[in-house]
Design a protein around this ligand. Structure first.
Ligand code: GLC
Length: 554
């Protein structure tokens, strides 16, 4: 049951109409006009960061969506205006259910892949935090909320395990990359064993896990209307510990988060160390989610203030220095170097000769994107899917930037989507560059895996971005491409090649997030109101209180 709060004010009719025109494609499945409230994400974070106990908690109780109405194997709905590939959806649900991992009789997550044909299991038999996100969203949309709650609670408890890499202790807030259930048949016991990077290939701690955890906690809260979980002392503490890792003061001159290579979905050396867009976008989104859930009492207050300040600086930095469009590219091309002082135009001393040739062809007249990375004398011009889509759904991108990102995807459809959505990054690095940047990684050869490979899981993020920017037809086109191959190919982890035509060299089959990503994409397109679970509105500056001018009464 979802709780309805009487404290929230209804959104104005104009706001609702605006949202509807942006969101609805076929026909509304829910009575949005009646049900939607001015939810917490429509408030400004600057407003929230200054809030005291001002009824915010009751705002949180606002149900994002009324129950029921979601398409699942157990309910019949419209699919793209009538007949959809029902068997495909059923197969996907069946495969997703087979991937569920149980701990002491309770569902706690989904295994990364159930590819029995593959000789090497590695850690694909574990529940990955990032991989579970699309599964969780699919389960939530199907009103199966327990597995999500259990997952959040189990990973929260794992946070307090001892985290050592050899003799070095990790920060208390670190969240696991993955975990597995250890079964002792003799003693008939089960324990959860987490990997914080100490067993992972490359020994990298996942910076994204904590952010995804916060984002998922908000999605759960928003969907179920159950605030008791996010308000519990354990969840509040977990959030604070995660935030503590990224909000502490140091030598930073930038508000972005400094990371090592391989600390996110791209978990191998791919030249993304520094300030990768994927982490910056997730960081921004997690900060905004946390701001909505942190209680202003006790230690929470200090975090709320810090988040407000950081968001202010991060938004400015990202929107200005990471943004690339035709105009900016031309400016960078004409940059002077060695500029000293506050008046410098080329603040990071980027040498124009370092702009790769491909960008000049890739950049359309209309469109733009967030760069892969920006640091002193370094701009990674590669386009990354996850960071750009998250920038749209979290409103890190301004509305104009969001439109431009989608314009670019449309203009460069052949390169970024081709025969299967969606390229993890573009373009691939080759030859000498590949040797230097990946350390000769045979898994990351050009147009494969993380190096310009195609990942079906990204379909849900593309769909979310399409819906948010009012381009459902684009999502539909991408979903149809995925449908033509995914089941037939056995739900591969990734595809290879410039157009994403070939099942990846070492791709697992029955990769859970490929399955869940597809389901989420379809469900979101069928019921665009579900987007609100993971989307945030553009932050609005605090409106000054209207006062009568002194001359009014004069
Ligand atoms: C690969 C991916 C990573 C994913 C894991 C489990 O290592 O790079 O992002 O979480 O597989 O599917």
């Amino acid at each position: 049951m979802k709780r309805v709060s009487s404290h929230v004010s209804l959104a104005s009719e104009a706001e609702i109409n605006l949202d509807l025109s942006r969101l609805i494609i076929d026909k509304p499945r829910l009575g949005l006009g009646l049900e939607r409230k001015r939810s917490f994400d429509e408030q400004s974070w600057s407003e929230l960061s200054h809030r005291q106990n001002d009824g915010f908690d009751s705002v949180l109780q606002s149900p994002a969506f009324p129950s029921g109405g979601f398409d699942s194997p157990f309910s019949v709905g419209t699919h793209f205006g009538g007949g959809g590939p029902r068997p495909l959806v059923n197969e996907a649900w069946e495969a997703l259910r087979k991937s569920v991992v149980y701990f002491r009789g309770q569902p706690v997550g989904t295994i990364a892949a159930t590819d029995h044909a593959s000789e090497e299991v590695l850690n694909y038999d574990q529940v990955f935090v990032r991989d579970f996100v699309p599964s969780a969203l699919a389960f939530l949309m199907n009103n199966e909320t327990d597995i999500v709650k259990n997952f959040l609670l189990k990973t929260l408890h794992l946070q307090s395990s001892e985290k050592m890499v050899d003799r070095f202790k990790l920060g208390a807030g670190a969240m696991p990359a993955s975990f597995k259930v250890d079964r002792n048949k003799n003693r008939n016991t089960e324990t959860l064993v987490a990997d914080f990077g100490e067993s992972a290939i490359g020994r990298v701690a996942p910076v994204d896990s904590g952010f995804w955890w916060i984002i998922l906690l908000r999605a759960y809260t928003k969907y179920t209307g159950d605030v008791s979980l996010s308000e519990s002392p354990d969840c509040q503490k977990c959030m604070r510990l995660i935030l503590n890792l990224c909000l502490s003061e140091g030598f930073d001159t930038f508000p972005t988060l400094l990371c090592t290579d391989g600390c996110s979905m791209i978990d191998r050396r791919m030249g993304i160390y520094g300030y990768p867009i994927e982490i910056q976008a997730l960081f921004y989104m997690a900060l905004r989610c946390a701001l909505q859930m942190l209680k202003p009492e006790g230690e929470g207050k200090e975090f709320i203030e810090k988040i407000g300040q950081r968001l202010h600086a991060l938004t400015y930095h990202m929107r200005n220095y990471f943004w690339l469009d035709f105009h900016n590219l031309n400016n960078i091309y004409r940059y002077k170097t060695e500029e000293y002082s506050h008046t410098a135009v080329n603040k990071f001393n980027v040498i124009p000769d370092s702009i790769p040739d491909w960008v000049f062809d890739f950049m359309p007249c209309r469109g733009g994107y967030f760069l892969g990375n920006v640091s002193p004398a370094m701009m990674d011009f590669r386009w990354f899917a996850l960071g750009n889509c998250i920038a749209i759904v979290s409103s890190l991108a301004t509305p104009e930037q969001s439109v431009a990102i989608m314009d670019l995807i449309e203009e460069r459809w052949d390169e970024l989507v081709g025969e299967m959505p969606l390229k993890i990054c573009y373009p691939a690095i080759e030859n000498h560059e590949w040797r230097i940047i990946t350390g000769c990684d045979p898994k990351n050869t050009r147009w494969s895996y993380h190096n310009g490979g195609t990942w079906p899981v990204l379909l849900w993020l593309l769909t979310a971005a399409c819906i948010k920017t009012g381009r459902p037809q684009m999502a539909k086109r991408a979903i149809e491409l995925a449908e033509s191959r995914l089941l037939k190919d056995g739900w591969p982890e990734y595809y290879d090649g410039k157009a994403g035509r070939f099942v990846g060299k070492q791709a697992r089959k029955f990769q859970t997030w490929s399955i869940a990503g597809y389901l989420v994409a379809r469900m979101m397109l069928e019921d665009p109101s579900t987007l609100m679970m993971i989307s945030m509105e553009e932050d609005r500056p605090v409106k000054p209180t209207m006062r009568r001018s002194a001359s009014w009464n004069a």
